[in-house]
Design a protein around this ligand. Structure first.
Ligand code: PLP
Length: 268
């Protein structure tokens, strides 16, 4: 008889273009050998040219999805992506406590603080950023902001290793166990250095900068790959290192699709 696989839960929005959001999360879970569970938070209308709009899912439907899968199938690790509104964020935080998911529970929880798409379209109502800071970060095992999100959250513009380190220190103050400040958008270097920090020794993860225009869904894929490794029992530094190798391959194999930005690739 087969045994049940490890499971990872994504609490995030749908991308009709299939490149980011829960579609990217499920692909990354699958590729990393865990069963993906979904609590859908919003439906975006988008293609390669950008996000044309979104509608959020009713709050009680978001929380009911989390409770349904947690009570029956079990969750070995969870992540959040697009959460759309402060109401959804507050309700998700309360529900995660009820089902024992979060930094102090034994079930790791990754927060990807999605605020806007690369094309600059808001994916979060304005007042909701504060709720991510106060409700989700203190419950997070790891937070994974990109440099735009770092600036929104801390006011720090990361341009070099010193400002990246300062941003990591500032973000850790919000209460997560670990912070990953991704360097993917520091444009003027040929390497891509991510900084992982838990208040002790900073860990630098260096990779090659891969030249591609097609990076849609990269952040979601990275956070989901980390969550997959955590679901399989890896510690945070190991999970991040494994995910970095995975995302590099996805970016290297990214493909054009539509007239705008194509997705990072799950095909390899
Ligand atoms: N759409 C959804 C539903 C997302 O969750 C995200 C990012 O997390 C995006 C779009 C934006 O993706 P990108 O910035 O990679 O274009």
């Amino acid at each position: 008889m087969n045994t049940a696989p490890r499971t990872a839960l994504t609490i995030a929005g749908s991308d009709s273009g299939g490149g980011a959001g829960v579609q990217a999360d499920l692909r990354a879970f699958f590729a990393n050998g865990v069963h993906g569970l979904v609590a859908l938070t919003a439906v975006t209308v988008q293609n390669s040219l950008g996000v044309q709009g979104f509608t959020e899912i009713p709050v009680d439907v978001v929380t009911a999805q989390i409770k349904a899968v947690a009570s029956d199938m079990g969750v070995h690790a969870a992540k959040t992506g697009m959460l759309a509104t402060a109401e959804i964020i507050q309700a998700v935080a309360k529900t995660l406590d009820e089902v024992h998911i979060g930094r102090d529970t034994g079930t790791p929880f990754v927060v990807d603080p999605v605020a806007a798409s690369m094309t600059g379209h808001a994916l979060l109502r304005e007042e909701a950023l504060e709720a991510i800071r106060t409700e989700l970060f203190p419950r997070a095992t790891l937070i994974t902001p990109n440099l735009d999100e770092v600036r929104l959250l801390t006011g720090i513009t990361v341009t070099d290793p010193a400002t990246q380190r300062a941003a990591a220190e500032a973000l850790l103050e919000f209460g997560s166990r670990w912070v990953l400040v991704k360097g993917g958008h520091m444009r003027d270097t040929d390497t891509c250095v991510d900084l992982l920090y838990d208040g002790t020794e900073p860990i630098e993860l260096t990779g090659a900068r891969i030249n591609t225009e097609n990076t849609h869904g990269g952040g979601d894929t990275m956070a989901s790959a980390i969550t997959s490794s955590l679901a399989k029992g890896a510690d945070v530094p190991t999970a991040v290192a494994e995910a970095k190798r995975f995302i590099e391959r996805c970016v290297a194999e990214a493909y054009p699709l539509g007239a705008g930005v194509g997705p990072v690739s799950p095909f390899w």
